[in-house]
Design a binder for this molecule. Sequence first.
Ligand SMILES: *Cc1c(COP(=O)(O)O)cnc(C)c1O
Length: 434
Amino acid sequence: MKYFSLQTPSHTASFKEAVIQGIAPDKGLYYPDHIPVLSPSFFNQIEKMSPVEIGMEVMHPFIEGVLSKGELRKVLEGVLDFEFPVIPLNEHMASLELFHGPTLAFKDVGARFMAQCLGLFSEEKQANVTVLVATSGDTGGAVANGFLGVAGVNVVILYPSGKVSPIQEKQLTTLGQNIQALEVSGSFDDCQAMVKTAFLDQEITQHKQLTSANSINVARWLPQMLYYFLAYKQLKPQLDASGKDLIFSVPSGNFGNICAGMVAREMGLPVKHFIAATNTNKVVPNFMETGTYLPKKSVATISNAMDVGDPSNFVRILEMQQHSLAQLKKGFSSYSFSDAQTKKAMKEILKKYAYTADPHGAVGYLGLESYQKEHKNTYGVFLETAHPVKFLEVVEETLGQTLTIPQKIVEVLSKQKKATKINDYQGLKAFLLS
Ligand SMILES: *Cc1c(COP(=O)(O)O)cnc(C)c1O
């Protein structure tokens, strides 16, 4: 498998090169040169397969020639050691819980997969790689945890001072070892701008191999396909019996997760429709209506992991659909919801189904509900992308209930914060060169 740059299709890279660079030299996103189709026998046997066996079949074509089967198996064993349960709410709707990983965020799978791959690559090269990442909250914790102790890889995380939740801050700043946190006096956008500047700064890149760990990196993006296969494995008997069409509603920000699900469908996974549910950052719902893609400055919402004004992975979705809006519409819809609607949905889900959803999951639920109103013979799954305690204040206030803090979080809250304060780009540069 080769990957090509969506900016300059003649520029190609191996999986390894694409992972180490993060983004192509021309700033294009890497995209696989073909999407393999899995055999019918794989889908017939999926119920009997373990998550690691499923992961082997799905991921092998994408890493072939770079990782051996033995290496891939080891990577997957390290990644898939927690549950991805489908929780039915009624006879035509379920929640797919992706928050049972070490940092209670769905980003754990991609972050761990990428960390393991980069660890293997830097072992061979005997060289150091620095992962530089800006976070508005959830990414940092998952990346910090995934990369902790990986030899040959240093991680530098920038976060906006006072703008991440106390739990998130502790998850970023208490690990030590190869993980360093920079507390930036500024906004998330400032952090991201500094990271982008560093990638272009030759005084830094001459000395350090920098890479990114957000969903533009193929090693973080592609393994998210596994969620959809693992959900299908659990639902197959009842889908076969009911004859209903499987649909997914994905709370979306940078559109990496839903794009991975759509790759899974290209590989043969029987999914009838994808719904991208967004908050009021609605560049994609607008595009579906008007055909014009107009990036906007992001606005703050209660589902803040989706506060994205220019979703980086949407170009991959367009590429997959041959840049045809008509073709995209056949299997993809997108809806936007306000904070007021999100809170109302959280209350409704609790009252009707005795289920506690976080704001992101609630946006996914709303997307599903909108679509199912007009498409009755469907079985809908919304992705619950974060544990409700990660958004403790808003969940407790909206639902009027006190949440129990899981043990993993209690432990991290008692640890000592360690972060270096920086004020501007010069601060970052001095840090990286020291
Ligand atoms: C990152 C994140 C999302 C959005 O995922 P994308 O792949 O960026 O669309 C949704 N929910 C939560 C909780 C997240 O952390």
